[in-house]
Write a protein of this length. Structure first.
Length: 231
């Protein structure tokens, strides 16, 4: 089953001009960063190692500019981002699976930088609230070294499961983040709030939490609490 998809149109590697456009997108972002955010991050992490490292700082800046909805002067990073797709080739990246197992299917037909830029510009298609959550995930993906699989997803999302069911299923994700066993039945508000406060204390820098990621971790805990309390 298709869970997320990113279609990037771009010039072929042998073509001297460098252009990027977006095609069909399936990018769910609830709960944030959602399967869509995970797929965008996977594309960035998979293709960034083959990009000239001198361009990495500008890619980081571009993520923030697109997330804030700022006007991006073209061309940028040796490529022109456009709407017209005439004469361009297509690369399709997908996240597929079901509630028990999901996998990445990344297929590039162009330059690595084209794939990274396509993933970054796809932020523009998301709501401003979703961009606020997905952009930090893309920044974390840029620091990833290793295969694109469960460990990668655990690193960028904080989900500790060995598979991705916690991302595909919002309730499963929330249960996992707050430390409830999978398959937990009905929860009372008291149960949820008690576990939320415990995890919040652990995430706070004053109690040993990571200073750099504390804000994001606290936001994620709040989202997990919201999901479980509204069911």
């Amino acid at each position: 089953m298709l869970l997320a998809e990113l279609q990037i149109w771009h010039t072929r590697p042998v073509t001297p001009t460098r252009r990027v456009a977006l095609g069909h997108l399936v990018l769910p972002t609830d709960p944030a960063p959602g399967l869509g955010g995970v797929l965008l991050a996977a594309v960035v992490a998979a293709y960034l190692p083959a990009v000239d490292q001198d361009l990495v700082p500008d890619i980081n800046r571009l993520i923030d500019q697109v997330a804030r909805g700022e006007r991006v002067v073209q061309p940028r990073l040796q490529h022109r981002y456009q709407v017209d797709r005439h004469g361009l080739a297509t690369s399709v990246h997908q996240l597929t699976g079901d509630a028990d197992h999901v996998s990445f299917d990344l297929h590039s037909m162009g330059r690595p930088l084209s794939q990274v830029l396509g993933a970054v510009y796809a932020l523009e298609r998301l709501s401003f609230d979703a961009r606020r959550h997905v952009a930090p995930v893309l920044h974390r993906a840029m620091r990833w070294h290793g295969p694109i699989g469960p460990s990668f997803v655990a690193d960028i999302t904080g989900v500790s499961r060995s598979d991705l069911v916690g991302i595909a299923d919002p309730r499963a994700w929330a249960l996992d983040l707050l430390g409830f066993p999978m398959g937990t039945g009905k929860l009372t508000k008291k149960d949820v709030m008690a576990r939320y406060r415990d995890r919040l204390r652990e995430a706070h820098p004053d109690h040993g939490g990571d200073d750099a990621n504390a804000g994001y971790a606290i936001e994620q805990l709040g989202e997990a609490r919201r999901i479980l309390l509204q069911l």
